[in-house]
Design a protein around this ligand. Sequence first.
Ligand SMILES: NC(=O)c1ccc[n+]([C@@H]2O[C@H](COP(=O)([O-])OP(=O)(O)OC[C@H]3O[C@@H](n4cnc5c(N)ncnc54)[C@H](O)[C@@H]3O)[C@@H](O)[C@H]2O)c1
Length: 251
Amino acid sequence: MLLGKRAVITGGGQGIGKGIARRLLAEGWKVVLAEHDAEAGEQAVRELAPLGELHFIATDVASEAEVANLAQEVLATFGGLDLLVNNAGIMIRKPLTELSPEEWQRVLGVNLTGPFLCARAFAPALRQAGGAIVNIASTRAHMSEPDTEAYAASKGGLVALTHALAVSLGPQVRVNCISPGWIDVSAWHKGGVAGQEPLSTADHRQHPAGRVGIPEDVAALACWLAAEESGFVTGAEFVLDGGMTRKMIYA
Ligand SMILES: NC(=O)c1ccc[n+]([C@@H]2O[C@H](COP(=O)([O-])OP(=O)(O)OC[C@H]3O[C@@H](n4cnc5c(N)ncnc54)[C@H](O)[C@@H]3O)[C@@H](O)[C@H]2O)c1
């Protein structure tokens, strides 16, 4: 029974993280959104609080001091932790020769150092609770479009960090990652869908599954990975992309 278990979702104020928060709340979890965008975090709490116990803690996951503060506040509020979802992520898409070392470091800082800092800060509590970590990587860990070096490298690193953590923190803590493909998060943003181009039929049809993904797809898998039912699963990567990385695309 999951009732009363406690989760932290980084970047949970919008997009996939918010979708995971809604699902966990509906299943009886208590949730903290560790979100960098205060407006998004506060709006998500207003929207989702009727579903259960939900808190927002302003956090930049790339900052060691802010993650230490997050851990302190979470443990003071919940007295422990059962699930960490490392979801916060950013992309800077720029030609290689224009990408500055500072931009490279920022992407690595949020997408890879952030999960390391959060895993380190919450490891003792997760061990004590027999908890789980779910990292949100990307199919871009395995394939690329041009001008995405920092993002691809950060997600490849996150897939590797997943198995390293699984081996270090087991058997008490299971650590897995989800690598989503195209997930349409437009309905889950603080500004809503207004002004955004709707997806085309071709956008959906190119997927072997017949459609673009939605945050609920990721949330369902994250919830299963957090549950005792998946107790024999650790160190694994789950590609959740409607089949796109299995499709040959020669022109
Ligand atoms: N949407 C997709 O198609 C897709 C595909 C593959 C992987 N992903 C990954 O899924 C995760 C969520 O993506 P999304 O599409 O929901 O993105 P999003 O931009 O909609 O949401 C990300 C959230 O993270 C927050 N955030 C950014 N930097 C942060 C920081 N330093 N500290 C704390 N919070 C921070 C943002 O404010 C935002 O609310 C990311 O890791 C992303 O790389 C998304």
